[in-house]
Ligand binder design. Structure first.
Ligand SMILES: Nc1ncnc2c1ncn2[C@@H]1O[C@H](COP(=O)(O)OP(=O)(O)O)[C@@H](O)[C@H]1O
Ligand SMILES: [Mg+2]
Length: 337
C-alpha cells in the first residue's frame, strides 16, 4: 500500500501557545483522511505545514514521498490546496482566474486555456464562466476554489473546511465533486467541523482537539468505541410505558432507559436477530401500541461528545441528517460518561 502522506510528531507553537503538540498521521494513496475537530483544534496549522506554507517546530512529514521541509518544491508540484478562504480574485471571471493560475503553474497559454475549460465544465461553472467571481454564490465560489486547486492535476489534495458556511444542497454537490476526485485516484486530506462530512467522505478520521490527536479510525470503528447498537421503541401513549418497560427488561442485557416526555424507551439487546424478534414478541404480548421500533447506532456526534466532553457546533449546520433520535443519542452519550 502506497502512503501518500505521513507525519510524525508534528508540533507548532505560536509564541507561547502550543497550537499543535505532536501529531502523527498517515494517509494511504487514493484515500480520504478526515481531520475532525472544533475551532482552534489545530486543523489549519496541520494543513499549512503539510502544504509547505508553514514550517513545523518539531516532527517531520512527507507528502507524495517528499519531505515537507527539505523538498518543498517537489511537494508543491504535487499538491492542491483549497479551503474556507477562497484564493480566487473576485474581480476576474471564473475562466480568467483558472487561466491565470494555469499560466502561473507553467501549463502554457494553450494548456491553461484547455484545462480551464475542462474544469469549468466538470464543476458545473460553464454558465458563469464569463462573470466576475464576486457575483458568484458561496457554493459556486467553493467549486471554483476546488477547481483552482486542481489546475495542475495534483495527486494530493488538501481541503481546509471546504464546505463551512455552505447550505446543505451546495455541500452535497461539493461532496460529490470531492468523491469524483478520489475516484480518479487523488489522495485527500480534509479538515472539517462537520461530523456528517467526515462520515460521508472520509475513509479514516482523526479527531483532534487542542493540538492533540484524541482518536483515529474508520467512522465505524470510532462509533463502536462509544457503544453498541441499541433498540429504540416509541409508544403511542404514556399509559403503556410501564408494561412495555417490564416486557423489554426481560429481553434486555441492561435495564432499559426511558424518556417519559417523548414516550421512548432505549434498551441494549444481546447480539443477533434473535434478540430483536424476542423484543418484538415481548412488546406484542403487552398489547401496547408501538409507533417506532428501530435499531440505532452511536453517531459521530456521540463519538465527539465522548472524546471531548463537548457538544459539536452543529446548530447552524442546518443539517438534514439530524433526525429525531439525535436527542436520544446525546442523552445516552452523557449517561455513558
Ligand atoms: N498566526 C497565529 N498566531 C497565533 N496563534 C495562532 C495563529 N494561527 C493559529 N493560532 C492558534 O493556534 C490554534 C490552532 O489554530 P488553527 O490551526 O487555526 O485551528 P483550526 O484550524 O482547527 O481552527 C488556535 O488556538 C489558534 O488561535
Ligand atoms: Mg482552520
Amino acid at each position: 500500500m502506497d502512503i501518500a502522506i505521513q507525519a510524525s510528531g508534528l508540533g507548532k507553537r505560536y509564541g507561547d501557545h502550543q497550537a499543535l503538540a505532536g501529531v502523527d498521521l498517515e494517509v494511504a494513496a487514493g484515500t480520504v483522511l478526515g481531520l475532525l475537530g472544533p475551532n482552534g483544534a489545530g486543523k489549519t496549522t496541520t494543513v499549512r505545514m503539510l502544504a509547505t506554507l508553514l514550517e513545523p517546530d518539531s516532527g517531520r512529514a512527507t507528502v507524495a514521498g517528499f519531505d515537507i521541509v527539505r523538498q518543498q518544491r517537489e511537494v508543491r508540484r504535487r499538491i492542491g490546496l483549497a479551503g474556507q478562504y477562497a484564493a480566487v480574485d473576485g474581480l476576474l471571471t471564473g475562466r480568467e482566474n483558472l487561466e491565470l493560475l494555469g499560466t502561473l503553474l507553467h501549463l502554457g497559454r494553450k494548456g491553461a486555456r484547455s484545462r480551464a475549460s475542462e474544469l469549468l465544465a466538470r464543476f458545473e461553472l460553464e454558465g458563469a464562466a464569463e462573470k466576475p467571481v464576486q457575483t458568484y454564490s458561496g457554493g459556486m465560489r467553493r467549486r471554483l476554489d476546488l477547481a483552482s486547486a486542481l489546475i495542475a492535476a495534483p495527486s494530493v489534495l488538501f481541503l481546509d473546511e471546504p464546505t463551512t458556511g455552505l447550505d446543505p444542497a451546495s455541500r452535497q454537490v461539493l461532496w460529490q465533486m470531492v468523491r469524483e476526485q478520489v475516484g480518479q485516484g487523488v489522495t485527500v486530506l480534509l479538515t472539517t467541523q462537520y461530523l456528517e462530512e467526515a462520515d460521508f467522505l472520509a475513509d479514516r478520521i482523526l479527531v483532534i482537539d487542542k493540538g492533540q490527536v484524541l482518536a483515529e479510525g474508520t467512522p465505524d470503528e470510532l462509533k463502536r468505541k462509544v457503544g453498541e447498537e441499541w433498540l429504540e421503541v416509541g409508544l403511542a401513549d404514556a399509559d403503556g410505558l410501564e408494561a412495555a418497560l417490564a416486557a423489554l427488561a426481560k429481553v434486555a442485557v441492561a435495564s432499559p432507559t426511558v424518556d417519559r416526555a417523548s414516550r421512548r424507551i432505549s434498551v441494549q439487546l444481546a447480539d443477533g436477530m434473535g434478540a430483536i424478534t424476542a423484543a418484538a414478541a415481548a412488546l406484542e404480548g403487552t398489547g401496547v401500541e408501538v409507533v417506532d421500533f428501530a435499531l440505532r447506532r452511536p453517531s459521530l456526534d456521540d463519538v465527539f461528545f465522548h472524546l471531548t466532553g463537548r457538544e459539536t457546533d452543529q446548530g447552524q449546520d442546518a443539517s438534514d441528517a439530524s433526525d429525531a433520535s439525535a436527542t436520544t443519542h446525546d442523552k445516552r452519550a452523557k449517561e455513558n460518561q
